[in-house]
Design a protein around this ligand. Sequence first.
Ligand SMILES: [Zn+2]
Ligand SMILES: [Zn+2]
Length: 171
Amino acid sequence: MLLVDLRAVATGPFETKAEIAIDDPILEGLELALQEPLRVEGRLTSSGPSQYYWQGSLATRLASACRRCLEPMTVDVDASVSALFTEEEGADDASTYVIQRDGTELDLGPMVREELALAAPKYVTCRDSCKGLCAHCGKDLNQGPCSCEPEPDPRWAVLRALRTDGPDTER
Ligand SMILES: [Zn+2]
Ligand SMILES: [Zn+2]
């Protein structure tokens, strides 16, 4: 369960083990295409006055697509997570979550959602050598060269210069 009774944590570490269904509301709006339930495993420990520490893992499989050739593919996610829960407002560090003051329950759901979003790779490629699609005709260049002119159309050169996915080392 992702809802932890904090009185149980007071007496010792609390083991978390849960399987979150693909259509669970806590995953809604993440725009991740889970192909398997999300497996959550870890332990919550008290780490000071009104402060808790969760360490564990999130694992699932996502449907995705190669960013270069757009071929559908699956991506395994297996992320180690360390999260701190504190009552201190304004704690905006990554992986720090503000909990309700003097609460008796701690909901791990929002943390799980956030950490899964962080762990999911944004850009995947089917293989390092993927040649991608031709910017002119859209042909998958992994299947062989296309018949486009080798001289790049100046309009595409402008678009390429605008791309922000890496330093432009060509000039
Ligand atoms: Zn590819
Ligand atoms: Zn082409």
